[in-house]
Design a protein around this ligand. Structure first.
Ligand SMILES: Cc1cc2nc3c(=O)[nH]c(=O)nc-3n(C[C@H](O)[C@H](O)[C@H](O)COP(=O)(O)OP(=O)(O)OC[C@H]3O[C@@H](n4cnc5c(N)ncnc54)[C@H](O)[C@@H]3O)c2cc1C
Length: 511
């Protein structure tokens, strides 16, 4: 008998999201994190796109909003030194939330604790072996080395994943040579901050908030009006020498900014200084037997603003599937569908982040022309909406063979519902991360089929004002496994519903 259902290696956003999803689904995960205390190094400064919908569907969005300086904004989203300006749209295709990554991790960790998940900090996984029945991890903890067994082990251990290496999973791709140096500082008194957040720099003049590109590199900054601190980043076209083992200092950051801007930018009070290079890599497969990968361990994307969303969504996709597997209720192919769906989804994230590489790195006149043309196109609302779906990772549609409804495979719309129990919504029905059969028109012949799976599927009936279908089958990750078109004949709807329930949730109990 294994000690735990699933060992999660790494308490970053992907690992902690997976821990909450597994616990919600009734599995017993153990999180092993090598660092004794959570670190506050500068990483993501916010999240946006589809994961915000998932947090709402889990009833967690409010606590994230409470910790954010500006919740639920329609953002100006960087796109390879251009900007996707969603602020003008009444109904923006993507929203974002400024919130530092270490706060995201704290909130997810608190949620995991509430759900009873054990998180062992200061425990580093050194080795992994597996057989047909279980996985064994060798762990170095504060009191020495020990072994622990589980049904599955998931490497959520970041871009340099040891688990990926131990499982022998190739990680092909490209590492770009430019070094990005960033941190939070206070600008010196000689710098004037203008009303719109631009700055006036002695010897240079006005520098616009956001990205500034010149023939030496890219400088980006944003001032937080509340704290008065400035987040800034410098990226030089020419590769500069640095020692990866040594932390970034204020002197190194200032020197890099000086080389890009051509003048001194006075700055003090450094916080969260760090360097990074962009990488464009993806694990060839996300599964090797009982070992799986999620988050940065599975993919590294060559632009900011996307990785957290994609990595946390990996975990939302994987959690319910692994929970079914450890309960012995996973139909054939369910765990493998994780690789199929999320490898494809990260491919789409690579598509848009690679396009950003071209826009960011291109230095000749033709590249400049490309930037101008793209920026012009992005003034058109349909193009901007399409880009919102792409960068927000909300245009992901998983294949649902045999289901022809246009919504099949998409994320379920958050319908306002009137039920016998009162007003509710699709988002509220998803708080427990259970599959939901939702009858939106009187279709007793379909409800009776869903009831055969009532030990795993929640069954609800309600009326929606904008009724998109007669009935929906929503997977725990919010994606629609099946939908009956309005007025769809009973025989075809019943056949496809039964097939979808069997495909995702196995045979009915007792069969
Ligand atoms: C400077 C910077 C800015 C960024 N900005 C953005 C942004 O704006 N938007 C965005 O979406 N993303 C951004 N990212 C990327 C984002 O930070 C990562 O995508 C995210 O951290 C990945 O989460 P993860 O959980 O997959 O891995 P990580 O956050 O890397 O977590 C992995 C965890 O595993 C632990 N670990 C590793 N090996 C072991 C082991 N053997 N045993 C036990 N524990 C182990 C590590 O200590 C770590 O806690 C940025 C990254 C950087 C560096």
């Amino acid at each position: 008998m294994p000690d735990f259902d699933v060992i999660i290696v790494g308490a970053g956003p992907a690992g902690l999201t997976l821990a909450t999803e597994l616990s919600l689904a009734g599995a017993r995960p153990l999180v092993l994190e090598k660092h004794l205390v959570p670190r506050e190094t500068q990483k993501a400064s916010g999240i946006g796109g589809r994961i915000l919908d998932v947090l709402r569907y889990r009833g967690l969005l409010e606590r994230f909003e409470a910790a954010s300086s500006d919740p639920n904004i329609a953002p100006r989203f960087p796109f390879g030194t251009l900007q996707l300006d969603f602020t003008q749209l009444a109904d923006p295709p993507m929203r974002a939330m400024p919130i530092p990554q270490h706060v995201i991790e704290r909130l997810l960790g608190e949620r995991a604790h509430e759900l009873g998940t054990e998180i062992r900090r200061g425990h580093e996984v050194l080795g992994v072996t597996q057989n047909a029945a279980e996985v064994t991890a060798e762990v170095r903890g504060p009191e020495g080395t020990y072994q622990i067994r589980a049904g599955y082990l998931v490497g959520c251990d970041g871009g340099r994943s040891r688990i990926r290496e131990l499982a022998g999973i190739p990680f092909p791709g490209t590492t770009y040579p430019e070094v990005n140096r960033l941190g939070q500082v206070r600008l010196g008194d000689a710098v004037t901050v203008l009303d719109n957040g631009d700055i006036d720099v002695p010897g240079l003049g006005r520098v616009a908030t956001g990205f500034t590109r010149n023939d030496r590199g890219v400088f980006a900054f944003a001032i937080d009006p509340e704290s008065g601190t400035t987040s800034l980043m410098a990226t030089e076209n020419e590769t500069t020498e640095y020692d990866d083992e040594e932390p970034l200092t204020l002197a190194e950051l200032s020197a890099s900014v000086r080389r890009v801007l051509g003048v001194d930018l006075p700055m003090t009070d450094p916080k969260r200084l760090s360097r990074f290079t962009f990488k464009d890599r993806q694990a060839e497969r996300y599964r090797d037997g009982r070992i799986l990968l999620a988050g940065d361990a599975a993919h590294l994307l060559p632009a900011t603003g996307t990785a957290l969303n994609v990595g946390m969504l990996d975990s939302v996709n994987l959690g319910w599937k692994l929970a079914a597997a450890v309960r012995g209720r996973a139909p054939e192919g369910l765990v493998d569908s994780y690789h199929n769906e999320r490898h494809m989804a990260a491919g789409r994230a690579r598509l848009q982040t690679r396009a950003q590489v071209a826009l960011r790195r291109g230095r000749d006149d033709a590249d400049e022309a490309l930037r101008q043309v793209v920026q012009e196109l992005l003034l058109d609302e349909p193009a901007l909406r399409r880009m919102g779906g792409l960068v927000g990772h909300s245009d992901i549609r998983y294949p649902m063979p045999g289901v022809e409804h246009p919504l099949a495979g998409t994320f379920a719309p958050d319908l306002a519902l009137h039920t016998e129990a009162g007003a509710t919504s699709v988002a509220e029905l998803m708080h427990n991360a259970r599959p939901v059969f939702l009858e939106l028109a009187d279709r007793p012949e379909l409800r009776v089929i869903a009831q055969e799976w009532s030990d795993v599927v929640e069954i609800h009936s309600g009326k929606a004002e904008d009724q998109p279908a007669d009935a929906l089958l929503i997977r725990p990750d919010g994606h629609l496994a099946w939908a009956a078109a309005i007025g769809e004949p009973a025989d075809t709807a019943a056949d496809t519903l039964r097939a979808a329930l069997t495909h995702w949730f196995g045979s009915p109990a007792g069969v």
